[in-house]
Design a protein around this ligand. Structure first.
Ligand SMILES: C[S@@+](CC[C@H](N)C(=O)[O-])C[C@H]1O[C@@H](n2cnc3c(N)ncnc32)[C@H](O)[C@@H]1O
Length: 221
């Protein structure tokens, strides 16, 4: 067996043991797979800490592509199929929303208006992501106790050169369900797997900086 495979099995084994230990010793600790757009089967929550997707899993932070190697390892075992494209379509914003409803965020519509001027299709992809993101927030809010706190770490990516202020959009979505904004902390991304520059236009020499900061949005019910 190669060293790489041996290390993988060793890590997976200790990870499984730690999960088992937690579940056995602390009854409140559970790990489960769930699509957050659907009603969440837990309640009375005092604290939510989440790192949701930033909205462009096909390009900026390509979860599907990042997972393609792992998909190869677990071929045949993944209940969702072995294709990284299938994974992307299951993520928030993976499917285009045909009938748009009004979402409660002025920051979102400012960005959408500007993107739409240059690229209608990209604007509707951005909308589709935030539609799903809004559905998830709606489900999360239903699980909260009074005085609960929610901490979301988000990134303000750019689309067609226009920055999408996901931190403020997140705050506006939660506010629409009666929560109040406590604070937004800025965090420098220190060790990135992404390159510091990319070329979103695919034109030689024309580069843009990728994200260097993330924002921790703290809300209170
Ligand atoms: C920024 S990453 C967070 C990764 C996490 N902090 C970790 O260490 O694994 C966003 C995660 O949200 C997941 N995600 C995307 N759509 C989802 C959905 N509809 N329901 C639940 N999770 C989803 C993605 O698969 C991805 O793992």
């Amino acid at each position: 067996m190669s060293k790489c495979k041996r290390d993988l099995f060793k890590n997976a084994d200790s990870f499984l043991k730690s999960l088992k230990y937690d579940v056995l010793d602390f009854e409140y600790s559970k790990l489960f797979l769930h699509d957050t757009r659907e009603p969440i089967p837990i309640e009375n929550i005092d604290l939510v800490i989440s790192s949701p997707p930033y909205g462009d899993s096909r390009t900026t932070v390509a979860y599907g592509q990042f997972s393609s190697f792992s998909f190869d390892w677990i071929k045949g075992l993944n209940p969702y199929g072995d294709s990284d494209l299938k994974l992307d379509s299951l993520c928030l914003g993976g499917k285009k929303i045909k009938k748009e409803i009004e979402l409660p965020s002025e920051y979102l519509y400012d960005a959408l208006r500007n993107i739409r001027k240059v690229d209608e299709k990209r604007a509707s992809e951005v909308y589709s992501f935030f539609y799903d993101y809004y559905l998830s927030i709606k489900q999360i809010v239903k699980t909260l106790n009074d005085n609960a706190n929610v901490c979301f770490i988000v990134g303000n990516r750019t689309v067609k050169g226009i920055q999408i202020e996901m931190d403020f959009i997140t705050a506006e979505f939660f506010e629409s369900f009666g929560l109040t904004l406590e604070s937004i902390f800025v965090r420098e991304i220190s060790n990135k797997r992404m390159p510091s520059k990319n070329s979103p236009t695919n034109k030689t020499g024309k580069t843009s900086s990728t994200m260097t900061n993330e924002y921790i949005v703290v809300m209170k019910k």
